[in-house]
Write a protein that binds this ligand. Sequence first.
Ligand code: PNW
Length: 477
Amino acid sequence: MSTARTFAPSFLWGSATAAYQIEGGVAEGGRGPSIWDTFSHTPGRTLDGDTGDVADDHFHLWRQDVAEMKRLGLGAYRFSISWPRVQPGGSGDFNADGIAFYSNLVDELIGAGIAPVVTLYHWDLPQELEDAGGWTNRDTAYRFAEYAAKMAHELGSRVSVWTTFNEPWCAAYLGYGSGVHAPGRTNGADALAAVHHLNLAHGLAGRAIREVLGDDTKLSITLNLHVTRPDDPTSAADLEAVRRIDDVGNGAFLGPLLDGAYPATLFADTAHVSDWSFVLDGDLDLIRVPLDVLGVNYYSTGRVRHFSGEGERSQADGHRDSDASPWVGVDDVEFLPQPGPYTEMGWNIEAPGLTELLVSLHAAYPDQPLMITENGAAFDDSVAPDGRIHDAGRVAYLHDHLEAVGVAIDAGVDVRGYFVWSLLDNFEWAYGYSKRFGIIRVDYDTLTRTWKDSAYWYRELLRTRTLPAIESAPTLS
Ligand code: PNW
């Protein structure tokens, strides 16, 4: 039995979305094509050939969506800017209509008392830049910094937090390694080059934003950090497997962003894939900019063991099947199925993993404020005969993970806020519309928005700032 828990008045409560997942309007208002338009329109890339052409039609329904947020009582809204909407080719001319769309959205949010938390890149690279090499091309990092500076200039101090990237891990390893995300390339060396150029782009953009807006501006990046357990904690080989996944998955970003260096072991582990000659003198100084807050996306955990090379290797790492692995250079590690329960994504539910992650981040970076920029769950949310959506599984998931955040706060971790993924059901990348993460249901035929029980639950939580007690308190492992 847990007891009720009240969060501090300064704790930021929000919900999150991403441009390509909700906007639609892909050929409207002067928007250029992105790698996700190309990818989703390529047969076989997304489930049932789903695309973001219409999505939630947020491009037209944005005022209504902000009204829903206001009804929910959100303190903040995390959304992403579609780069090709504001700069169709990724370099050169900007598109005034595209910029106006986001400027109006920001004004509407502020008018509703909601703090805009902006992400500059949630995976929708302008196609023209991909044609020139995408994130394997160092030049893309400089183009990104120009785009960032322009947006800082246009939206200015109306934006509460500027986030450069959402999950560069996905952009690099799923986009260029396993190929299950756009641009769908499967080359380990390219994926590592993408990792570095995304890091570099973060540093260049962070500096550019600070130059435009001054030191008061709040700068951030959001990472999906991997909580990975050894199958046998007494096995040195399994612990080594965890270390390798940790380096490729977490250290490749945390290292340069917060420590000013890549883990030396990462270079050694991936030497057979890449010589990392794309890391130039001075890059690491450019990448490390003080982060006002580090965004943490958390959904699930992983379990690995050393793979001896014999028999079939299990790859139950929660990623959609691909012959190529996103774990570049890590050939002797096996991902094992986790015990349930699971969400519809097949991801295991393990709230204490979030406490663990936050506590370990705080131990490594004691002065670094943190924020949960995504947490949520896909469930089959059918509409009940009473017309409501009784998503008890999602309510339990959100409750237990907020409890896990509370436990971390009690342990001294500086967590500034929490954003539910997602405000609306939306285009779940390679899974198309088959997975629903929203606290608000979207009927894809009528585009009608309907609050699920979780939305009513979240509204009450935001009103009281108090997480009610539940019968089965999550236990810390
Ligand atoms: C995040 N993985 O994606 C994204 O930021 C969202 O756009 C997305 O809708 C949400 O989580 C739910 O999937 C991820 O394979 C996609 O580890 C894949 C992974 C992690 C996060």
